[in-house]
Design a binder for this molecule. Structure first.
Ligand code: SF4
Ligand code: SF4
Length: 421
């Protein structure tokens, strides 16, 4: 993926419309950490006027890649894509921290990932208190890298390894979907994927759980590890083609994975015509789970025939769902059948997850953005905050815990599955 930063930089008219809503600028109110500041620096870098030194690295790594600026900019200037490309050059120049390299190695080697996580699950109770309901674990005492953070739970068996590859819920010409679980739902928040299975069973839709699906590549893309992204896309495309004609759709309960596959795969392979053709054929069948369930099934009618829950819900819009894929009405429409929804003051404001670097070296920024969001959620007095995204779940669960908030997190599919008997 090669991107002309100069074009985007020159096209920026410096109107400043994007600045007040920029997630990093709200925390660090310096012009260099604002979308127009990033674009200015990106242009200077491409013209050879800016050296990628430690200071520049520090600046470009402080963007959350939330795409808020792109959704606000009158000409949709792709600040996020410019920064992703510069992070590749940063990774090449400075290398990638060892713990990220280990993580990306595991993402590229699924069997090793399965084994490491089940091994990890064995030792976890010594260091963490596990809460099965929230599918999270909290450090018993401050740990290196982690502090006293709440993290997603590790399961002994992944979701995909806990089920047969094909689940028949109906005979004859019933719909058949493949589920792309994503790493969060496969390894950590497995209740999300289990809830999706329950919903598909109630709708009598047959399910394929492709065992050899790989990570979509999003964590590596945000970190600038383009070699890993390239490998993961190619492995997934080869594998998806083995079952694509056999299913009506590939549905994904995770906003980040869905946006990566639907938007970023094509952009990443934009110079490879053959790959582009193959990816387009796949993405025509890819949907976020709530979008597909709302538009293509009888789920709405089924939910309307069921009772109302007393639990008040507030919905947080994952950036990749609302700003990239424009999916925000569908999860609300499904939830509204059985839950009263109270909107928070700015449901589209980024939660501050921001990717691997933001969750490690830049965690102080992530914590600040998370704190603001948690306070916003708390003010609704909702029993549950919901979002179709495992990354938002990890971030919000920790932020709410830190604020001592009573509101708990539940994925929309979990809330929906709970009302289906
Ligand atoms: S992607 Fe988000 S954090 Fe980065 S410049 Fe745009 S609005 Fe700011
Ligand atoms: S809204 Fe667009 S044109 Fe205006 S300053 Fe931001 S990036 Fe530049």
């Amino acid at each position: 993926m090669n991107f002309d930063f100069t074009k985007a930089s020159e096209a920026c008219v410096k109107c400043g419309k994007c600045v007040p809503s920029c997630t990093i600028h709200q925390i660090n109110s310096d012009e260099v950490t604002s979308p127009r500041g990033f674009l200015e620096l990106a242009g200077a870098y491409q013209r050879g006027e800016l050296e990628l030194d430690k200071n520049a690295k520090n600046i470009f790594e402080s963007c959350f890649l939330c795409s808020t600026c792109v959704s606000i900019c009158p000409t949709s200037l792709p600040t996020d894509i410019a920064i992703e490309n510069i992070r590749r050059d940063i990774a090449e120049k400075f290398g990638i921290a060892w713990f990220k390299r280990v993580y990306f190695f595991l993402l590229r080697h699924k069997k090793a990932m399965d084994f490491s996580l089940s091994l990890g699950a064995f030792f976890v109770p010594l260091l963490f208190k596990v809460d099965k309901n929230s599918q999270s674990m909290k450090a018993r005492f401050p740990l290196p890298f982690v502090g006293k953070r709440v993290l997603p739970r590790l399961n002994k068996r992944s979701f995909l390894n806990s089920h047969a590859e094909f689940i028949q819920n109906a005979q004859g010409t019933a719909l058949k979907v493949a589920v792309f679980a994503g790493c969060f739902s496969n390894y950590h928040y497995t209740k999300t994927a289990e809830s999706l299975l329950k919903i598909l069973k109630a709708l009598k839709i047959n399910v394929l759980l492709p065992k050899y699906q790989q990570c979509c590549g999003a964590p590596a893309l945000f970190t600038g590890d383009f070699k890993t992204v390239d490998k993961l896309i190619r492995k997934n495309v080869d594998y998806f083609e083995t079952f694509l004609d056999d299913v009506d759709a590939i549905i994904i309960p995770e906003a980040t994975c869905a946006a990566m596959i639907k938007e970023d795969w094509e952009r990443f392979m934009s110079e490879d015509d053959e790959m582009l053709k193959r990816i387009k054929k796949i993405t025509a069948k890819v949907f976020m789970a709530s979008e597909w369930l709302y538009k293509k099934t009888e789920l709405s009618a089924l939910l309307k025939s069921l009772g109302k829950s007393e639990n008040l819900v507030t919905y947080h819009d994952p950036c990749h769902a609302r700003k990239v894929l424009k999916v925000f009405k569908e999860p609300r429409a499904l939830l509204e059948a059985n839950y009263d929804i109270k909107e928070m003051s700015d449901p589209a404001q980024c939660c501050g997850f921001g990717g691997v670097t933001m969750q490690s070296e830049k965690f102080k920024f992530s914590q600040k953005a998370g704190g603001t969001k948690a306070q916003m959620i708390q003010k609704t007095n909702a029993v549950f905050v919901s979002a179709e995204c495992g990354a938002c779940r990890m971030q919000l669960t920790n932020a709410l815990d830190k604020e001592g908030a009573k509101t708990a997190f539940k994925h929309p599919l979990e809330l929906i599955a709970e009302v289906i008997k």
